[in-house]
Every structure is written in C-alpha cells, then in structure tokens.
Design a protein around this ligand. Structure first.
Ligand code: NAD
Length: 292
C-alpha cells in the first residue's frame, strides 16, 4: 500500500482489555497474599445514591470485579430522595468500618446533593478513587498518593506500550477534576510537556495537532477528527458516551486510526483499565493500612 505523507500505515490498537487482565491478575495475587497474612480479605465499600442506570451498571461491575479477585465488598444504596445529611452519615459509617480499606461514593450524586463535603469525608488513606484534595495535592507535588483511577489506568496503558513521555508534547483535552486535570498532573510528573485544553480553548485543532500524545476526555463523541491529529501520534480516548448505536468515544476512530501510530478504541481501551486500577488501588490501600 502506498502511503501519502499524512498517513501512517494503520495504527496499532491499544488493547485495554488485555492490559487490564494483567493488572487484575497481579492484583488477585496481592489480595491473596494480604488475606493469608492478615486473616481477612482487602475490602471495598461502595455507596450508590439514586437509580441512574449507568451508575448502577458501574457499581455492579466493580462488585463483580472485586469478587473475582478475592476482595470483600460492602454494597450500600440510598434512594435519590436521600438528604445530604443521610448521605454523609452513611459515608461516615462506611469509613468507620475497619474492614473497608477503600470507600467509594459513585459520582455523580443526584441533583440537589453536594459532592464536595462527601469527598472530604473519605480520608486520604481510604480514598480509593483519588478524589480527596490531599491525594490530588500529592499527585501535583510528586508525593505518594492515590491518583484518580482513570488517569492512573491511562498511565499504565502508556507504560505498557512503552510510549516515551519525557519531553513529549502531550495535549490533554478536558480539565475535569476527576479525569483531565489529574491526567495532566500525572503526565507532567513524567516530564512530558503538557498542554491542557477545554471547552473555552480558542483553537482546539491548533493545540491537538502539536501532540505527540493526545489524551481526550471531553464527553463529546467524534470531537477529534483526522485533521486534528499529527501523523504518527499516540491517541488515547477516555470519552464514553452512551448512544443508540452503543458506546462512543471522543475520537472519530476509523479516520484517526489512518494517521495515528497507536490508538485506544472505545470500548476496549481505557474503560477496562479504570475498574482494574480501582481494584489494584483497593489492595494497595489495604496493605498500606495494615503496615501502619
Ligand atoms: N473510560 C473511563 O473509565 C471513564 C472514566 C471517567 C470518565 N469517562 C468519560 O470521559 C469523558 C469526560 O469525563 P469527565 O468526567 O471529565 O467530564 P466533564 O464533563 O466533567 O468534563 C469534560 C471536560 O471536557 C471539556 N470539554 C467538553 N467539550 C469540549 C469540547 N468540545 N472541546 C474541548 N473541551 C471540551 C470541558 O471543558 C471539561 O473540562 C466522559 O465521556 C466520561 O464518560 C470515562
């Protein structure tokens, strides 16, 4: 096949399902070692408030994954009508349980509930999602802390595929507190030259075209088209939007795969890494607490 200067054969496809399986395998071993040493399984407690179907599916998936890896779970649920005080009291009770090494409140909370005090109630040593400002600050300053699961999973993928980060021009699309911003911090810690873009960025394509590594977390299906990607770039698509045609990423996969060197699909890219990372964080927190 002849190649124009703009094309790059066909991109390699990042297999998040396979890398996640490796992470789960290692996590299962560490969980079994913990159980043998401490006489109890590592524990993950979750709280689901309301009946958002996507959130319910995510929480059920987390419980299934935990059970398969030898992680005990506590499954709390509250109706969408729960008050702020009720939510906070259940979170405080979960945090107080010694067997809960990680405590996760599924976000977003239903309208009318304020997530901020809830996030602050889960102390950094049980903050398996990496949302507590102390953990975010630790990541920002290069100290040891739990990073948000999705960006941490992306770092594992980039390392698995030996993507060179020091000095690389990396563009992150999206600056949310739980995805884009911690993603940028983790990449900066690895000495990438990081540009963060968002909804008010004046010329998104001008930025994305500079990227050796483009990481997209906007929640806007098909946002990134072929003309916005530098030939030979690595493209990581974090976006997940449920449509009538199934799950869609933020990247127009087929056309971008013609110019990228490596690209993550949706589904089967970043998604499986998020839950695998959550499991690995739970077991790491169990070991850290037991070591105290
Ligand atoms: N793969 C996973 O496991 C996983 C985990 C978490 C989130 N997600 C997905 O990642 C996406 C982002 O999630 P989030 O929680 O960060 O969302 P969010 O809505 O909180 O933030 C979106 C960010 O993208 C920016 N943005 C939105 N549209 C844009 C545009 N047209 N151009 C440039 N920037 C734009 C916004 O400014 C914002 O900073 C969603 O699709 C979400 O479902 C996937």
């Amino acid at each position: 096949m002849t190649q124009t200067p703009e094309t790059h054969a066909v991109a390699g496809i990042i297999d998040g399902t396979a890398v996640a399986a490796k992470v789960r395998e290692a996590t299962k071993e560490r969980a079994a070692e913990f159980t043998a040493r401490h006489g109890r399984q590592p524990g993950l407690a979750t709280l689901l408030v309301g009946d958002n179907p996507a959130s319910a599916t995510y929480v059920a998936g987390k419980h299934r994954a935990a059970a398969a890896l030898g992680i005990a779970t506590i499954d709390e649920k509250l109706p969408a009508t729960a008050t702020q005080a009720e939510v906070e009291s259940v979170v405080a009770a979960l945090v107080a349980r010694d067997e809960a090494d990680g405590v996760l409140v599924q976000m977003p909370l239903p309208d009318g509930l304020d997530p901020e005090p809830v996030i602050l109630l889960v102390p950094p040593e049980k903050d398996v999602d990496g949302f507590h400002p102390t953990n975010v600050g630790a990541i920002a300053t290069g100290l040891h802390g739990t990073a948000s699961c999705t960006p941490a999973g992306v770092m594992t993928l980039l390392d698995h595929y030996e993507v060179e980060l020091p000095g690389a021009d990396v563009v992150v699309v999206g600056r949310s507190r739980t995805v884009g911003m911690p993603m940028a911090l983790l990449l900066l810690q690895r000495n990438a030259t990081v540009t963060v873009t968002h909804l008010l960025t004046k010329d998104l394509a001008r930025a994305t075209r500079q990227a050796d590594v483009l990481v997209v977390a906007a929640g806007h299906p098909g946002l990134i088209t072929r003309d916005m990607v530098k030939p030979g770039a690595v493209v990581i698509d974090i976006g997940i939007t449920r449509t009538e045609d199934g799950l869609k990423g933020d990247v127009a996969f087929d056309e971008v795969a013609e110019v990228a060197r490596l690209i993550s699909p949706v589904p089967g890219g970043v998604g499986p890494m998020t839950i695998a990372t959550l499991m690995s964080h739970t077991v790491a927190l169990a070991w850290a607490r037991a070591g105290k």
